[in-house]
Write a protein of this length. Structure first.
Length: 179
């Protein structure tokens, strides 16, 4: 029986092939694990777990809606990702209530819109927004064309941190994000 003949490699050929394999492994590993995409993460304060994430491009907006605790009227908070940060853009509401702005200040601009709604524009970058999931407030997040009830992500009373994160291809492939 004849055995196949293997080509003998010189030590320099073997080292070149080993170096090429190492460089290829480094390139693939870097591509998979390098955090290259912005996303928004909702992170449970009590369990320290990511409850939801979504890729967000620069300037893309999401809306946090809830029922005001005092006047029982709807409030819509617009947030966006801008230059890798979370920005509180504006609030829209149709009635005044405790903690709601009533006039323009150095912090923001207040105006009445033609449809009768009130708008408070602030464009304030923040590291994160923490929302305590309400029992009555009905907190919802409109993001990537989907509406997500925050009570489906955390128990009422628990806090959810909304923050901008950088994601790698590996983390995206693990799942759990709206992409």
């Amino acid at each position: 029986m004849d055995f196949p003949r293997w080509k003998a490699f010189s030590l320099s050929d073997m080292l070149r092939r080993l170096a090429a394999a190492g460089i290829l492994t480094l390139i693939v590993g870097t591509a998979l694990f390098w955090p290259a995409m912005n996303g928004v993460e909702l992170f449970s304060v009590s369990s320290s777990q990511t409850r939801m994430c979504a890729r967000m491009t620069n300037g893309e907006e999401m809306i946090l809606s809830f029922t005001h605790s005092v006047n029982k009227r709807p409030v819509y908070e617009t947030l966006c990702v801008r230059d890798g940060s979370l920005v509180i853009v504006k609030s829209r509401f149709d009635a005044f209530g405790a903690g709601m702005p009533e006039a323009s200040t150095s912090d923001g601009t207040f105006k009445m819109l033609p449809d009768g709604w009130l708008e408070w524009t602030v464009n304030r970058p923040v590291p994160e927004v923490v929302v305590r999931v309400g029992r009555v407030a009905g907190h919802r997040l409109l993001i990537k064309g989907r509406e997500v009830a925050l009570a489906d992500l955390a128990e009422p009373g628990d806090g959810l941190r909304i923050r901008v994160e950088n994601y790698s291809i590996h983390r995206i492939l693990k799942g759990g994000c709206l992409w």
